[in-house]
Design a binder for this molecule. Structure first.
Ligand code: 8IG
Length: 277
């Protein structure tokens, strides 16, 4: 991957917040939108929401913005989009997530979130595709994230930076989402390092410690977003039941397929929630 050697975030002396400020300035320049009010990170299955929430003002390849790399997973779109919502607010849509399992370090993982904050966004909508532990969640079910358990043994915070994570996934925003979409269930998101899926025993551990959703992305991003002062709401699209809960082996194809089938419905749901924010 050509970008790995030239990314300033890979250099230990770099200040990641300065890189985020520089990236935000480039986004303002390239989109012609000076400030964004909110940001969305769209994970597997969620990309359709971008077409439904408002009018796209500009689309830029993430690779043109400092600190961003190429997406590692085919089907993950490496673009940044500026969207004008019907409310007049400007939304930055990030379709270029870097996963922890890519091995570029946690600075690269949370760069998009820090950049979103630097563009002015005070609200962050995090979405992902994930495995479900509750048997009642059939593939294609969207759920609200109520809290998380970070099993990566890592943090985006460097040094003695003590940040409170109480109400990390805003109760206010979750109530608001449920007022728009009363059928939304919620659960605790457990972030594993990946990229392998869990063993059935690991899924039972996640369940025993209070988890309902297993994934590979959102917890580290939410921590960085809280540090940046953003109000956060998170959604998982359950694309599969977690290993051992479902009796058949997990496959990436199955996950993509479930995402495709749910795309229109969850995109519409997210658009309605964003419209109410
Ligand atoms: I999509 O079952 C998706 N992402 N950790 N486990 C983990 N991440 C996932 C899963 C899953 N499904």
């Amino acid at each position: 991957m050509s970008s790995t050697t030239s990314n300033p975030l890979d250099l230990p002396d770099t200040d990641p917040f300065e890189v985020a400020d520089a990236a935000a300035a480039q986004i303002a320049e390239l989109t012609g939108v000076e400030r964004h009010d909110l940001a969305l990170v769209l994970g597997s299955g969620w990309s359709k929401a971008a077409d439904l929430i408002g009018e796209t003002v500009a689309t830029i390849p993430a690779t043109e913005v400092v600190g961003f790399g190429m997406p590692a997973v085919p089907g993950h779109v490496g673009t940044l989009r500026s969207i004008l919502l019907p409310t007049g607010k400007h939304a930055l849509v990030i379709g270029a997530r870097t996963h922890y399992y890519e091995g570029h370090g946690v600075r690269r993982v949370v760069h998009a979130v820090r950049t979103a904050a630097a563009t002015g966004a005070s609200t962050l909508i995090l979405t992902n595709g994930a495995g479900g532990i509750k048997e009642t969640w059939t593939p294609g079910t969207p759920v609200l994230i109520s809290d998380h358990i970070n099993l990566t043994a890592d943090s985006p915070l460097e040094g003695a930076t003590f940040i409170d994570l109480t109400d990390l996934y805003s109760t206010r925003l979750r109530d608001l989402a449920r007022s728009v979409e009363p059928s939304l269930d919620e659960g605790v998101y457990v972030q594993f390092r990946g990229p392998h899926y869990e063993t059935p025993a690991e899924v039972q551990m996640a369940k025993a410690i209070g988890g309902h959703i297993v994934g590979m992305s959102t917890a580290l991003e939410a921590i960085a977003a809280r540090q940046a002062g953003m109000e956060i709401i998170g959604f998982s699209l359950i694309t599969n039941l977690a290993a051992g809960i479902q009796k058949t082996p997990l496959s990436h194809e199955e996950v993509i397929e479930a995402g495709r089938n749910a795309e229109a419905a969850i995109g519409g749901m997210l658009a309605r929630v964003v419209g109410a924010l």
